[in-house]
Design a protein around this ligand. Structure first.
Ligand SMILES: [Fe+2]
Ligand SMILES: [Fe+2]
Length: 261
């Protein structure tokens, strides 16, 4: 059973006046809805990659995918409630057709433990992003969006924990050391750049400058992004002791900022 159900969210109580002309919010939430609702493509690739794993495969099918799809549906409904003039479906159809080509198993890491680490980086990205959205929504005085973002962020942390269990399991065979782990994490962070966001942006606001949107995103991150949470989650698989952890944390935080995250 999912921990929450978007059908019980009181979308009809949203005070549209407060946010309907917030163009940045519109883009951010719509982009997120596109990416989340496309999780079925990832689920298929992940299930193929981990074929034969009797823990992870049923979990991916029965829990992970439905939860990611619910994230997409809850955000889609939010967009359709606040910005009814936007044709979500036709913009999404364009996005899915173009982006679908990038969702291939070739993008995966070469081994099962490494791919688990990559998934942990992705879930770190999503859980921290929604935490940021939650804070932003609170600052805007929009409790419904804050509630949705809070629910999603918690789900993503839970996904992170399950992938961590998978990582530990496979790493008992692969024996990746701290240097290897750091390399995989760093490479995945760099890769997590813009491809999906760029394509979504193109179909949501055709002709608008993506660099302008990126600049807005940076300003948003500076104010609301939970860097400490991100650093903690990224460093966790290294199992460092407190002393080393504190010394490494500021380096990673700096790296995140350089990468524009
Ligand atoms: Fe999600
Ligand atoms: Fe997730």
């Amino acid at each position: 059973m999912a921990r929450w159900n978007y059908k019980t969210i009181a979308y009809d109580t949203i005070d549209r006046e407060k946010i309907a002309n917030n163009d940045f919010l519109f883009k951010v939430i719509t982009i997120a809805s596109f990416i989340e609702i496309t999780s079925d493509l990832y689920e298929k690739n992940l299930v193929t990659f981990y074929e034969g794993d009797e823990q992870i495969v049923p979990w991916l099918r029965e829990v992970w995918e439905p939860e990611e799809i619910q994230h997409g549906k809850s955000l889609k409904k939010y967009v359709e409630t606040v910005w009814p003039e936007f044709d979500w479906q036709s913009a999404y159809d364009g996005f899915r057709e173009e982006y679908g080509k990038y969702c291939t198993i070739d993008e995966f890491q070469p081994t099962r433990a490494r791919e688990m680490l990559a998934r942990m980086v992705v879930e770190t990205g999503t859980s921290t992003f929604y935490k940021g959205v939650e804070k932003y929504a609170e600052a805007l005085g929009e409790p419904i969006l804050a509630q949705i973002a809070h629910n999603i962020s918690k789900d993503e942390v839970y996904h992170y924990d399950r992938f961590d269990e998978g990582f530990e399991k496979y790493n008992r065979r692969e024996h990746l050391g701290r240097t290897d782990i750091t390399k995989v994490i760093y490479a995945r962070l760099k890769e997590a750049s813009d491809e999906d966001i760029f394509i979504a942006h193109k179909y949501i606001v055709p002709g608008e400058n993506f660099e302008d949107f990126k600049a807005q995103t940076k300003a948003f991150a500076k104010q609301y992004y939970p860097y400490k949470m991100a650093v903690k989650m990224l460093m966790y698989p290294l199992h460092l002791n407190k002393h080393v952890e504190n010394a490494t944390a500021s380096t990673i935080q700096g790296a995140l900022k350089v990468l524009g995250i």
